[in-house]
Design a protein around this ligand. Structure first.
Ligand code: ZN
Length: 486
C-alpha cells in the first residue's frame, strides 16, 4: 500500500510527527506572515463542530453572543495595570492609517476586556440589568515569539465569555460553572479527560483575581492548558468605572468574569489521540464520521457499485451521519484507505460487487480497544442504526483509552526533588507533589526542570494521602499538579 508521504513515528520525534500531521491531514498551512496560519477546510470544519457544540452549551447556560471591534485605543488597554503589564509585550499596534499617523495608536485586541467594559458600562444601570452574560466568537492577536500551528499562533480564533454580576459569590459561581462547561465539552466531545483546578498567582490571567484551568495530557506526556475561566473580581469594573445601583439603592462596581477556549483545542485533539498512522478523531468532532470507498475492477461493476454507494451515502446522511463518498477516479482503494486513516475518519465502509451480492458493506474502524478486530461486515439493512450505535461506542472507547493513559502516566506523592527530576525526565506526565506556596520556589523548580505547576487541583483530583512536604523540603500548604506543558 502506498505510504507515499512518510510520517515520523511519535516515539522518534513527536514534534515532527505533529507538524507532518497538520500538513498531511490538510488541517492548516503556513502563511506569508510568520506565526499566522491558514486553517484549511478540513481543519476549519473541526473548528465549526467545536463551535457548534460549545455555542449550544453557552446558550443553555443563558449566554448571548455579541460582537465587539477588533481595535481598541492604546490608552484603554493601559487602564488596568496588571492587564497592560501582562499583554503589552505581545500586542500589535497600529500607528498609521494610509499615509497619516494616527492621533492615538490602536491596539489589535489580544483579548477584549478593555474593549467590552467601556462599552457595556452604558448598558448597566441597576441590579435589574444583571447578570449580563455575553460571549463573542472572534479572532485575537498576540505577537508570540515561538509559534506552532493551532497551539500557539500570532492570530488565533476563539470565544471569549464576558459576564457581570451583582455579587462576588455570583461571579465565582459563574467562573466555576463555565469551567465545568469546558470540562464537559472536553470529555464528552473531545474524548479528552481533564484535570480542573486553580492556577497559581504567577500563572493566572493578567488582571484576574483567580484563574481556573482545565489541563489535558497529550500522548507525549506533556500537559496542555485547554481552557481557562477567570474571576476578575471588581478589577475591570474599577478600571472602566462600571457601576450599578444595588437593590438597597447603593452604588457598587460590578463583579466580572471572562473565560475562553481557542483553536488550540484542535492541537489538543491531534496530540491527545493521534497515532503513528495519523490523526484519530472522536466521532462527535469528525468532519466525516464515515467514508465510503467503492471498489470495482471493471466498468460494468463500476456503475452498479457507485450507484449503490451513492444510495448508501444518502441513507447515512439522512440518518444524521456525516458521510463522504470517495468516488475519486484513478486512485486505487488501498490509497484511499490510507488517505482517510491518516485524516482520522472514525469509520470506513468498503463496498464492492461481492459485498453487494451479499447485501453488506465491510466496516473498518479507525481504532478499537486493544485486540479487537477492526473489520467486520454489516448488513445494508439497518446499517444506519448500527453505525449510530458504533459511533457512540467509539466516542466512549476513545475517552476510556485516554483516561487510562492519563492514569498510567500520573505519578503521585512525589516529595523529593531528585525523584521529581527523575520522573519528569523519564515518564513525564502529571506529577502530584506538595507545594510550600512560595513563588520563588515555584520559579526555581520551573527553571531547573522546565516543569510548571499546572493547577492546584480541585478536590476530586486530589490524593487521598497528599504529600506533607514541598519539593524544597518546606511544609506543603497545597497539593499541586506539575508537568512540562505546551
Ligand atoms: Zn517549596
Amino acid at each position: 500500500m502506498g505510504n507515499e508521504k512518510g510520517l515520523t513515528p511519535q516515539a522518534e520525534d513527536f514534534s515532527a510527527w505533529y507538524n507532518e500531521i497538520v500538513q498531511q491531514a490538510e488541517l492548516a498551512s503556513h502563511s506569508a506572515v510568520r506565526g499566522c496560519m491558514v486553517i484549511r477546510p478540513y481543519g476549519y470544519r473541526i473548528w465549526e463542530l467545536i463551535q457548534a457544540g460549545l455555542d449550544g452549551m453557552f446558550k443553555a447556560t443563558g449566554h448571548q453572543n455579541a460582537y465587539f471591534p477588533l481595535f481598541l485605543p492604546k490608552s484603554a488597554l493601559d487602564r488596568e495595570a496588571e492587564h497592560v503589564e501582562g499583554f503589552a509585550p505581545e500586542t500589535a499596534i497600529v500607528t498609521h492609517a494610509g499615509n497619516s499617523e494616527l492621533e492615538e495608536p490602536l491596539v489589535v485586541r489580544p483579548t477584549s476586556e478593555a474593549i467590552i467594559w467601556p462599552i457595556v458600562r452604558d448598558w448597566i444601570d441597576s441590579y435589574r440589568d444583571l447578570p449580563l452574560l455575553l460571549n463573542q466568537w472572534a479572532n485575537v492577536v498576540r505577537w508570540e515569539l515561538r509559534t506552532r500551528p493551532f497551539l500557539r499562533t500570532t492570530e488565533f480564533l476563539w470565544q471569549e465569555g464576558h459576564t457581570a454580576h451583582a455579587t462576588e459569590s455570583e461571579a465565582e459561581e459563574e467562573t466555576r460553572r463555565m469551567l465545568g462547561v469546558y470540562r464537559t465539552f472536553m470529555e464528552d466531545w473531545m474524548a479528552l479527560p481533564v484535570i480542573t483546578g486553580l492556577k497559581t498567582e504567577s500563572e493566572k490571567f493578567a488582571g484576574a483575581v483567580r484563574t481556573y484551568a482545565t489541563e489535558g495530557l497529550m500522548r507525549d506526556n506533556r500537559a496542555l492548558q485547554a481552557g481557562t475561566s477567570h474571576n476578575l473580581g471588581q478589577n475591570f469594573a474599577r478600571a472602566f468605572d462600571v457601576r450599578f445601583q444595588t437593590e438597597e439603592g447603593e452604588h457598587d462596581f460590578v463583579w466580572s468574569t471572562s473565560w475562553g477556549v481557542s483553536t488550540r483545542l484542535i492541537g489538543g485533539l491531534i496530540m491527545a489521540h493521534g497515532d503513528d498512522t495519523g490523526l484519530v478523531l472522536p466521532p462527535r468532532l469528525a468532519p466525516y464520521q464515515a467514508v465510503i470507498v467503492p471498489i470495482w475492477r471493471n466498468e460494468d461493476q463500476k456503475g452498479q457499485v457507485l450507484e449503490s454507494a451513492a444510495r448508501l451515502a444518502e441513507a447515512l446522511v439522512g440518518g444524521g451521519i456525516r458521510t463522504h463518498l470517495d468516488g475519486r477516479e484513478g486512485m486505487n482503494p488501498g490509497a484511499k484507505y490510507y488517505d482517510w486513516e491518516r485524516r482520522g475518519v472514525p469509520v470506513r465502509l468498503e463496498i464492492g460487487p461481492r459485498d453487494l451480492e451479499a447485501g453488506q458493506a465491510m466496516v473498518v474502524r479507525r481504532f478499537t480497544p486493544d485486540g479487537e478486530d477492526r473489520k467486520r461486515p454489516l448488513s445494508l439493512g439497518g446499517i444506519t442504526e448500527e453505525l449510530e450505535t458504533l459511533l457512540v461506542r467509539m466516542q466512549g472507547e476513545l475517552l476510556a483509552e485516554a483516561t487510562e493513559r492519563r492514569g498510567a502516566n500520573t505519578t503521585r506523592n512525589v516529595e523529593s526533588m531528585d525523584t521529581f527530576r527523575d520522573v519528569v525526565e523519564s515518564v513525564g506526565g502529571f506529577v502530584f507533589t506538595g507545594w510550600c506556596g512560595d513563588e520563588g520556589c515555584e520559579a526555581r523548580v520551573k527553571e531547573e526542570t522546565k516543569a510548571t505547576i499546572r493547577v492546584i487541583p480541585d478536590e476530586e483530583f486530589r490524593s487521598s494521602d497528599p504529600p506533607t512536604r514541598c519539593l524544597c523540603g518546606e511544609a506543603s500548604v497545597a497539593e499541586v499538579v506539575r508537568a512540562k506543558a505546551y
